[in-house]
Design a protein around this ligand. Structure first.
Ligand code: UDP
Length: 235
C-alpha cells in the first residue's frame, strides 16, 4: 500500500449525485463501500466533508445575509453530511467517529487530535465536521489543517474531474491532464487546485495533494494501492 494514513476530502456537492440539492443515499452508499474496502486493507482513513450541497456562507452573503451567520450555517451543513456519511459507513459495518470543530456534544465528539489519532489506530474512520470551526474558511482548508495535525501521508481530494488540467476539461476539449505537478507550477500556471489558504498551508507543510475522480468505482482503492490515478501535487 502506498499510504498508511489518508485524509479524504469529499465535497458536499459530491453527495448530491444527480440531484440539485441535498443528499443522494445511493451515492452515499457507493462512497461507504469504497471507503470500507480501503479500511479493510488496513489503511487509516480520516474524512473531511464539505457542506455545499446544503449551504454555503458566500451564497448567503450574496443574498444579504450576514457572512458569519451564513458560515455558521455552512459549518452546521457539514455536520449534517458527516452524520449521513457516518450512518452509511455503519450500514457497511465500518466503525466510525464523528468529531466536530464546533461542539454539538450530544451528537458528536468534539475535535481532539489525540483522540482522533487513537480512533484511527483502532481502525475507526474519523469524520471531521464543522470545517475549521471558524467563519471565512473552507472545508478544503479544514482538510489540509486536519491532515497536517493527524500526520496524514497525503490529502486525497475526490472530485468529479479526474485531475488537474491546463484548462477546464468541461469547457475545453483539448485540455491536457497533469499526472503530477509541483506546488510552484500550479501557482505560476495559474491553475486551481484548492483555495489559496488551503493550498498555501499544504505547500508550506509539504503535504501532497492528490486530485482524483471519486465517482469512478474502484479509484480510491487503486490510488491507495499506488496506481497512478488523478494528479499528484507535491514539492
Ligand atoms: N465553512 C466555514 N468554515 C470552515 C469550513 C466551512 O465557515 O472552516 C462554511 C462556509 O460557509 C462554507 C460552508 O461551510 O461555504 C461549506 O463548506 P465548503 O463550501 O468548503 O463545502 P464544499 O464546497 O466542499 O461542499
Amino acid at each position: 500500500m502506498q499510504y498508511k494514513r489518508i485524509l479524504l476530502k469529499l465535497s458536499g456537492e459530491a453527495l448530491m449525485g444527480d440531484r440539485q440539492y441535498g443528499i443522494d443515499p445511493k451515492r452515499l452508499e457507493e462512497y461507504a463501500k469504497e471507503i470500507k474496502e480501503v479500511v479493510e486493507k488496513g489503511i487509516q482513513v480520516a474524512i473531511v466533508i464539505g457542506g455545499g450541497n446544503i449551504f454555503r456562507g458566500v451564497a448567503g452573503a450574496s443574498n444579504g445575509m450576514d457572512r458569519v451567520q451564513g458560515d455558521h450555517m455552512g459549518m452546521l451543513a457539514t455536520c449534517i453530511n458527516g452524520l449521513a456519511l457516518q450512518s452509511a459507513l455503519e450500514d457497511q459495518d465500518v466503525h466510525t467517529r464523528l468529531q466536530t470543530a464546533l461542539e454539538i456534544k450530544e451528537v458528536a465528539e468534539p475535535y481532539i487530535k489525540r483522540k482522533a489519532i487513537r480512533h484511527l489506530e483502532k481502525g475507526r474512520v474519523v469524520i471531521f465536521g464543522a470545517g475549521t470551526g471558524n467563519p471565512y474558511f473552507t472545508t478544503d482548508t479544514a482538510a489540509v489543517l486536519r491532515a497536517i495535525e493527524i500526520n496524514a501521508d497525503a490529502i486525497l481530494k475526490g472530485t468529479r474531474v479526474d485531475g488537474v488540467y491546463n484548462a477546464d476539461p468541461e469547457k475545453d476539449k483539448n485540455a491536457v491532464k497533469f499526472d503530477s505537478i509541483s506546488f510552484k507550477d500550479v501557482i505560476t500556471k495559474g491553475l486551481k487546485v484548492m483555495d489559496m489558504t488551503a493550498f498555501t498551508l499544504s505547500e508550506e507543510n509539504k503535504l501532497p495533494i492528490i486530485i482524483f475522480d471519486m465517482n469512478k468505482v474502484g479509484n480510491l482503492m487503486k490510488l491507495v494501492s499506488g496506481e497512478k490515478i488523478g494528479t499528484v501535487v507535491d514539492v
